[in-house]
Write a protein that binds this ligand. Structure first.
Ligand code: PLP
Length: 324
């Protein structure tokens, strides 16, 4: 992804150089064919995963975070030397903002549910961000409410990208993730499957794929219940629906059980060597479910973030440990 993020005027030279390198490292991730977990599929059917966990911030959200910061700069809404960036995030967008803030030299405050994984909170603090921990029962909706309250209390202090309603969120994927997938599949992709959080990934990639070939089938996945363990994903019927989301753009909607996603997350680590998080497991499980119904096709999905962010969670089950 080309860099055009300029640091604030007081940033010394070397910092500007580092900024450019961090921004340039975002995107152009590999597209990996899944072999072991995809065994038994009909000949002519394959499943591919975009390795977004290999972005420098460890997730797919590096792309929209950079795009929203750039858009804020361009419009004049974000003066990096004066304003603090604030947003509500279940973690990964916040990690990306915090990484960019550290690289460029702007302050970052984030609201996130208190039950976000310990690793995520530690990472945000490691990058120097200030955290506002919100009621876990309210999920990311509660985090959004707290941000709106703080912004209303201190007019002029904050730049609030509001990833749920920011067009640069989905256009980041329209301009980068979508074209990369088309190029990496030699335009032979037949199906795209992605889970819904802010819906930026699904919306942006789907619009780009459909603009290329309207017959490419785009399938949206979401957790099957409000109390799920798929960090980053939303159960839409019980959530505040993101402003950037248009439900009828999906050719089909599917749901995913947390346990099925956890099982696939373990398999990806142990059988494919891909240490990714539960939403990536959910995406792959949904992609494989679809692939089993096809006679021919190339199914693409997203590995949203690194599994290193969830190591303290019990779903890994140390079934291979021995004691002596
Ligand atoms: C781990 C993880 N998976 C999936 C998603 C969903 O992506 P999107 O917000 O583009 O819908 C997110 C979003 O924050 C996420 O953090």
């Amino acid at each position: 992804m080309p860099s055009s993020l300029s640091p604030h005027p007081t940033a010394p030279g070397p910092k500007a150089t580092r900024t450019s390198q961090v921004c340039d490292a975002i995107g152009d991730t590999p597209l990996l064919q899944l072999h072991v977990v995809a065994q038994g599929l009909p000949e002519g059917v394959s499943v591919w995963a975009k390795a977004e966990h290999l972005n420098p911030g460890g997730s797919v959200k590096d792309r929209p975070a950079l795009a929203m910061v750039r858009a804020g700069q361009r419009s004049g809404a974000f003066d990096m030397a004066q304003d603090t960036l604030i947003d509500a995030t279940s973690g990964n967008t916040g990690i990306a903002y915090a990484m960019l803030g550290a690289a460029v030299g702007f302050s970052v405050e984030l609201a996130l549910p208190a039950n976000a994984s310990a690793e995520r909170k530690q990472l945000l603090r490691a990058y120097g961000a200030t955290l506002h921990l919100t009621d876990p029962m309210e999920g990311t909706d509660g985090a959004q409410r707290v941000v709106r309250e703080r912004v209303a209390e201190s007019p002029g202090r904050y730049f609030y990208p509001d990833q749920y309603n920011n067009e640069a969120n989905w256009t980041a994927h329209y301009e980068t993730t979508g074209p990369e997938i088309l190029a990496q599949t030699d335009e032979q992709i037949t199906h795209f499957v992605a889970g819904l959080g802010t819906t930026g990934t699904f919306t942006g990639v789907t619009r780009r794929l459909k603009a290329h070939d309207a017959s490419i089938q785009c399938i949206a996945m979401q957790p099957d219940s409000p109390l799920h363990g798929l960090e980053g994903l939303k159960h839409m019927p019980t959530s505040r629906v993101p402003g950037i989301y248009t439900p009828n753009e999906a050719d089909a909607h599917v749901t995913m059980q947390t346990e099925e996603a956890f099982a696939m997350t373990r398999r990806l680590a142990r059988e494919e060597g891909l240490l990714v998080g539960p939403s990536a497991g959910a995406n792959v499980a949904a992609a494989l479910r679809l692939a089993r119904t096809l006679d021919a096709g190339r199914v693409v999905t997203i590995l949203c973030d690194t599994g290193a962010r969830y190591l303290s969670e019990s779903f890994w089950e140390n079934a291979t440990d021995t004691t002596s």
